[in-house]
Design a protein around this ligand. Structure first.
Ligand SMILES: C[S@@+](CC[C@H](N)C(=O)[O-])C[C@H]1O[C@@H](n2cnc3c(N)ncnc32)[C@H](O)[C@@H]1O
Length: 190
C-alpha cells in the first residue's frame, strides 16, 4: 500500500468517534447467525479498523489477533479493548495486507468485515483450523456500483467453494459469506 493510502485511512480514523463499548456487536450481516460463532479458540480479524469485530469475538471468549494498515485505528482498537474489559484477550498490530496475511496459528474464526482483497482468499482458507469458521463481508457490485474494490457477482461463493456454506448473500452493494471448514479435509480453492 502506498503512503498516501495509509495516510488516507489514518485521516479517516483521526476524527472518528470510537464505538460505544457497551454497544459493540458483530457486523449486522452476521447478527442472526451469531450462535454459529464459537466461544473459545483463536480468531483473527483481518482489516479490523477500530476493533469492534475483534472485541465482540473476545467477549465471547476467543483470543483475537487483529490487523490493520492504520496505526491510528490500531491504537483506537487497543484502547477500546481495554475499556471493554478484554484487553487481555486481544492483540492488535499494524500490518499491510498487501504483503499477505500475517503468520500465526490455525484460526478457529477468521473474521473480516467491509474489506476485500482477493489475494487473501487462499491464505485465509489455508489458515482455517478444521471446523473453523470464516465470516467475510465486502462491498459488492451487486446492487452497488462497479469498481475494483467491490466483489464481483458470485465471487465469495466461488472463491470459498471448498468450505461448507452456512449462509451467504449479496445485494444492496454488499456480499457476505459465513462458511465452515469441514473436519480434516484440505479445502480446495475455487
Ligand atoms: C471499511 S474499513 C472496515 C474496518 C472494520 N473491519 C469494520 O468493519 O469497521 C476497511 C479497513 O481496511 C483497512 N485496510 C485497507 N487497506 C489495507 C491494507 N492494505 N492492509 C491492512 N488494512 C487495510 C483500513 O485501514 C480500514 O480500517
Amino acid at each position: 500500500m502506498s503512503d498516501d493510502d495509509r495516510a488516507h485511512w489514518d485521516a479517516k480514523y483521526v476524527d472518528r468517534v470510537a464505538p460505544d463499548a457497551d454497544a459493540i456487536g458483530v457486523d449486522a450481516v452476521f447478527a442472526v447467525h451469531r450462535d454459529a460463532f464459537p466461544d473459545e479458540g483463536q480468531a483473527i480479524d483481518v482489516a479490523c479498523g477500530q476493533g469492534a469485530g475483534a472485541i465482540w469475538l473476545a467477549r465471547r471468549g476467543l483470543q483475537v489477533h487483529g490487523f490493520d494498515i492504520s496505526a491510528v485505528a490500531i491504537e483506537q482498537a487497543r484502547a477500546l479493548a481495554e475499556r471493554s474489559g478484554v484487553g487481555g484477550r486481544c492483540r492488535f498490530d499494524v500490518a499491510d495486507l498487501d504483503d499477505g496475511l500475517p503468520g500465526g496459528p490455525p484460526a478457529d474464526v477468521i473474521y473480516s468485515a467491509r474489506f476485500r482483497d482477493r489475494r487473501l482468499y487462499r491464505p485465509m482458507m489455508d489458515r482455517l483450523a478444521p471446523g473453523g469458521l470464516l465470516a467475510l463481508c465486502a462491498l459488492s457490485q451487486v446492487g452497488g456500483t462497479a469498481g475494483r474494490f467491490r466483489a464481483a457477482p458470485g465471487e465469495l461463493r466461488a472463491a470459498f467453494s471448498g468450505l461448507e456454506v452456512i449462509a451467504a448473500g449479496e445485494g444492496q452493494g454488499l456480499a457476505w459469506l459465513l462458511a465452515r471448514r469441514r473436519g480434516d479435509e484440505v479445502p480446495s480453492a475455487g
